[in-house]
Write a new protein. Structure first.
Lengths: 147, 165
């Protein structure tokens, strides 16, 4: 890992690749049915308990502006901490823990839908993938703005 | 909202309520009486009208579930029967912490009604604590609004001034 590089968790939502700072990620768990909360919007399909901690599930497909889908074998929860928030991000697949050199990050493409652009820090090229960098505070702000 | 300075809610003397496959908790003090559903047939409320019956699963989960018991909840205006699949007084196992956790902040922000007041973890599963009084009051309001809409009467919302000519 070079000096400028930071560790990120690489995951997939629909056919797009995203990366979240690994320092915010607590654990990755296989999909299991969340317990629905009456009156919660579809973007928050339920709650999970993992090691005695209650996590609110966030359907990232809906948050990012995609249609939701049924879970598959690769579906995972990314358990994520930001301030007092404990969120379980429902993602289509977790791919790798990678080192990204952010000095080479590029501006967010103007063509990206607002639903996705608002929670990104920028994009980077990793191998042959274009990876969108998620900023945890912006992700939370986008989630609150959805409700 | 529950703050850190308020005493924790303890799950002693809770009712365990089943709606289909999902289980919830509720304070037994919110429930005036528990009855088999067949006993409601001849019951009337304080206004002498047939008891207002609300299927709790349809209200909370928007899905039907078998209903075998009625929880009678006394609101300020009238008594409501909330219909549930099953109910019992929960004898909290000694290995389960009786402390009810507050709802996660993002859920508190997102919920349209104050129907869930906290979560208790039992055997690794979250059990949600229902505010049955609030649910009964809101259900009555919804029912009254539905009746007015059926009769074609305008709906006066509490935050709008009532015009009198």
């Amino acid at each position: 890992m070079c000096e400028q590089a930071e560790a990120y968790l690489l995951f997939r939502v629909a056919d797009e690749h995203y990366a979240l700072p690994s320092a915010s990620v607590h654990e990755i768990v296989r999909w299991r049915a969340a317990v629905p909360v009456p009156g919660a919007p579809p973007i928050l399909p339920g709650i999970l308990v993992q090691r005695g901690v209650v996590y609110t599930v966030v359907d990232t497909r809906l948050l990012f502006g995609f249609a939701t889908t049924a879970p598959e074998r690769a579906t995972r929860y990314v358990l994520f901490h930001e301030d007092e928030h404990r969120l379980a991000l429902l993602v289509d697949a977790v791919l790798d823990l990678i080192a990204l050199d952010l000095t080479h990050s590029e501006a967010i493409p103007a063509t990206l839908p607002v639903a996705r652009a608002r929670l990104l820090r920028g994009v980077v090229h990793h191998t042959d993938l274009l990876v969108a960098l998620i900023e945890p505070p912006e992700l939370l702000a986008a989630l609150y703005a959805e409700m | 909202m529950i703050s850190a300075t308020e005493p924790p809610i303890l799950a002693n003397h809770m009712l365990r309520i089943r709606l289909g496959a999902q289980t919830f908790l509720a304070h037994h003090t919110h429930v005036a009486q528990v009855l088999p559903i067949a006993r409601l047939r001849d019951m009337h409320d304080e206004r002498g009208q047939p008891m207002q019956q609300i299927r709790l699963a349809e209200l909370l989960q928007h899905t039907p579930a078998p209903a075998h018991h009625a929880l009678l909840i006394a609101t300020r205006r009238r008594t409501v029967a909330l219909l549930v699949t099953a109910v019992d007084l929960w004898d909290l196992p000694s290995d389960i912490s009786p402390v009810v956790q507050p709802l996660p902040p993002v859920l508190r922000h997102a919920l349209t009604h104050a129907w869930i007041t906290g979560i208790l973890i039992a055997d690794g599963q979250p059990l949600q604590l229902l505010n049955l009084r609030q649910i009964a009051q809101d259900a009555l309001k919804q029912a009254a609004q539905g009746e007015r809409e059926q009769r074609g009467q305008p709906i006066n919302r509490s935050d709008e001034p009532v015009s009198r000519n």
